[in-house]
Design a protein. Structure first.
Length: 134
């Protein structure tokens, strides 16, 4: 039986949102401090992009943490850590070098699959890639 490996990367798309780097740093910090709150945070960011565009991102992150009972001082320490920023930028560079330039992106049997409208492209191509590997 085959195996599936799933890896999550926080990939800021700089050209789309000026706050994308900060959102990715926030995601990394939340994942370390309160892992169960990571996906609610990611969903919040995706669902509130227009509202986030009009605010200082530090306030958005702090408010999210306070509203979701996440230890803000612990998140803030990681969020503002220059080493975390350097690690994230290194990860982004490797992803871009590998041809990963959108979110979400899936790699199935070495084939990079973008998301497409409403995920239809990805769903169909993941099914094909898995079927061809059997």
């Amino acid at each position: 039986m085959g195996k599936i490996s799933y890896t999550r990367l926080d990939l800021p798309l700089f050209e789309h949102h000026q706050w994308s780097l900060f959102a990715a740093l926030g995601a990394r910090a939340i994942h370390k401090v309160a892992p169960a709150k990571y996906w609610p945070y990611v969903n919040f960011v995706f669902e509130n992009q227009e509202t986030i565009d009009k605010q200082k991102f530090d306030d958005v992150l702090k408010n999210f943490c306070e509203d979701h009972d996440i230890n803000w001082p612990s998140v803030e320490k990681i969020y503002r850590d220059p080493k975390e920023k350097a690690l994230l930028l290194e990860q982004v560079s490797r992803a871009f070098d590998a041809g990963i330039v959108s979110t979400p992106t899936y790699i199935v049997n070495g084939q990079i699959l973008g998301f497409g409208p409403e995920g239809k492209y990805t769903i169909e191509n993941i099914k094909k890639a898995i079927a061809s590997a059997k």
